[in-house]
Design a protein around this ligand. Structure first.
Ligand code: DGT
Ligand code: CA
Ligand code: CA
Ligand code: ZN
Length: 582
């Protein structure tokens, strides 16, 4: 749905420009329209062909003025309103927004006062100490900007999987449709579902590579061709993403797929096993060596290949040389949680705080996605900027949840909405809501949203204390990292895992692609320690439920099975588990 996404991108851009001028409500309307476009089941131009602008206006959440702009884009390929806004303030918002602490209004001020248009301008101004004198900035924020810029530099060039995946899948879809293409499949870190990727690697089987390669290097969105051959081509897309495409022989498809899936460390370990068996492994296959001659042993499929090496088949997500090969040798591989295995989602925000939709709206979408239950976990009062709930409002919300459950049940919609909270952990480890309220909830998540800079000892002790509260079932996004924006706070994760085990606290795998928190290494530690985890979308909009699969991917990378993930269990079993742990 390329068209929908292009328009959505512009709407997000408009929202940012309006936010710069501190205009109320309108930006959220554009964001909502963007989200709706992204989640729409059909290409918006089809909607338009069917019923004109009327049909677009009838989509819930799309208003008259957004509908007009959609029509304009369908007809002309541009939206003048957005172009005018850009002309008025020609700044690279996307990249500036990645600098931690820079919001729309500070970006506006930096442009107006210092003519800062992009990250480069920002860096030079900060180095010259020119930002500290701006009203509302100061020396501390200048320092913070410099720190964040260093961080961006370190992580630049990599892409967050969950955000890039739609673009990659679209490319693969198009290649698959080309004449003569027998197979087109994603390899590399994308296939391993790594949380960030350096580039995308696509493998193709075809007898006639030339037209496929010609198509690939000239398809829409390509801004640079770095290689153009019959077996290998490489391009850069407008988004900055590099894609390698290789044509591989059908006879060695398995070996090629295995080689280009990696990881490099996994490949090297496999090659060593081959050598020890008097064989040779490369992207063309596994070969037995007899003197100067070699014979093909395996490589048509990956399964053949692993078998010939004396190993069980290893799922791509596990191929990082972190113990999977020994497990495969001993036939002790975990039976990884599957992509369809989640019954529920235990972290969902609504428009009671900073989510975009109502409780009912989120529940309906979750039901559509096949979930059996969701927990509504809005922020608490400490997070004032989100309109966090206090004791009174959360009690009102519980009543509302009862009503929604009744209503959905009467319509035959099979979903249970649970009462929950994303309760702030205060500086000293106490909680933002009293136990008298927390104990009434079906599920309580607690999380850190402030005082990220405490010492390792204090931060660890703070979260330990929160775990000691019996009413705290889950620690949400336990390390607080935001990929490419903010490092995890300094905390002794091994101690948290030990304490989670001791207190029966669940640790979350937050599936928002920029969080992916816990990360794979820590999930492996939880699995080893027998600490239960939950995979949550942390949805702030109905379209975010689709991110659950990246949380599952992360769990698979962490060797987790269904039994390790509490929301992979049916409602009754999950509820009993919470009841027993309290
Ligand atoms: P990325 O793109 O940085 O997220 O990570 P990958 O794993 O996709 O790495 P990439 O794109 O450089 O190469 C794709 C796969 O090709 C990689 O996972 C393993 C294989 N490969 C690439 N270079 C080497 C190498 O020098 N030795 C071996 N054994 N395998 C390699
Ligand atoms: Ca790659
Ligand atoms: Ca590559
Ligand atoms: Zn949170």
């Amino acid at each position: 749905m390329a068209l929908n996404n292009s328009i959505a991108e512009i709407f997000y851009g408009i929202a940012e420009y309006l936010d710069m001028d501190n205009i109320p409500f309108k930006p959220r309307a554009y964001e909502r329209a963007a989200e709706i476009l992204e989640g729409l089941g059909e290409d918006i131009s089809e909607t338009y062909q069917r019923g004109g602008i009327k049909a677009i206006e009838e989509i819930p959440g799309i208003g008259v003025s957004t509908a007009e702009k959609i029509e304009e884009f369908i007809k002309t390929g541009r939206i003048k309103y957005f172009e005018d806004l850009k002309k008025k303030m020609p700044v690279d918002i996307d990249s500036l927004r990645r600098v931690e602490g820079l919001g729309p209004q500070s970006i506006k001020k930096l442009y107006e006062k210092l003519k800062i248009k992009n990250v480069k301008d920002l860096e030079s101004a900060a180095q010259k100490g020119r930002i500290r004198d701006l009203e509302g900035f100061g020396e501390k924020s200048e320092e913070k900007i410099l720190k964040s810029l260093m961080f961006l530099e370190k992580s630049s060039g990599r892409f967050i999987l969950g955000f890039t995946m739609p673009e990659i899948e679209e490319v693969v879809e198009h290649i698959r449709k080309q004449k003569g293409v027998e197979k087109a499949i994603i390899a590399g870190s994308v296939r391993r579902m790594k949380e960030t990727i350096g580039d995308a690697d696509i493998l193709v089987i075809t007898k006639n590579p030339k037209p496929v390669m010609d198509y690939f290097v000239h398809m829409a969105g390509v801004v640079k061709i770095t290689a153009h051959g019959e077996t290998k081509s490489a391009i850069k897309l407008k988004s900055g993403l590099n894609i390698d495409l290789r044509v591989v022989p059908k006879e060695s498809y398995g070996a090629a797929l295995n080689y280009f899936t990696g990881s490099k460390a996994h490949n090297i370990a496999l090659r060593e096993i081959a050598i020890r068996k008097g064989m040779k492994l490369n992207e063309y296959g596994l070969f037995k060596i007899h003197g100067k001659k070699e014979t093909f042993v395996a490589g048509r499929t990956e399964e053949d290949l692993y078998r010939a090496l004396g190993l069980r088949y290893i799922e791509p997500e596990m191929r990082e040389d972190v113990g999977e090969i020994a497990l495969a040798k001993e036939n002790k591989l975990p039976k990884l949680i599957g992509y369809g295995d989640l019954h529920g989602d235990l972290q969902v925000q609504t428009n009671w705080t900073d989510g975009s939709n109502s409780i009912e709206g989120m529940a309906r979408e979750a039901a559509k996605q096949g979930l059996e239950y969701i927990a509504i976990t809005d922020h608490t009062k400490r997070l004032a900027m989100t309109g966090g709930l206090d004791e009174k409002r959360i009690v009102r919300q519980m009543e509302e949840i009862d009503k929604v459950n009744k209503k959905l049940k009467s319509e035959g919609i099979k979903i249970t909405v649970l009462k929950g909270s994303e309760c702030d952990i205060l500086e000293d480890g106490s909680l933002d809501l009293p136990d008298s309220v927390l104990s009434q909830l079906d599920v309580v998540g607690a999380s850190v949203h402030s005082y990220f800079n405490l010492s390792r000892e204090d931060q660890t002790e703070r979260i330990r204390r929160a775990m000691e509260n019996k009413n705290v079932d889950i620690i949400f996004h336990p390390t607080g990292r935001i990929i490419q924006k903010r490092d995890a706070y300094d905390v002794d994760i091994d101690e948290l895992i030990r304490h989670a085990k001791k207190t029966g606290t669940i640790l979350e795998i937050d599936a928002l692609p920029e969080r992916s928190d816990l990360k794979d290494e820590y999930i492996r530690k939880c699995v080893a320690a027998g600490v239960s985890m939950a995979i949550d979308s942390d949805a702030h909009s109905p379209v975010h439920f689709q991110f659950l699969k990246y949380g599952i991917a992360q769990a698979r990378r962490g060797f987790a099975e269904k039994k390790d993930i509490m929301n992979a269990w049916p409602l009754e079993k999950m509820k009993k588990f919470i009841k027993n742990r309290r």
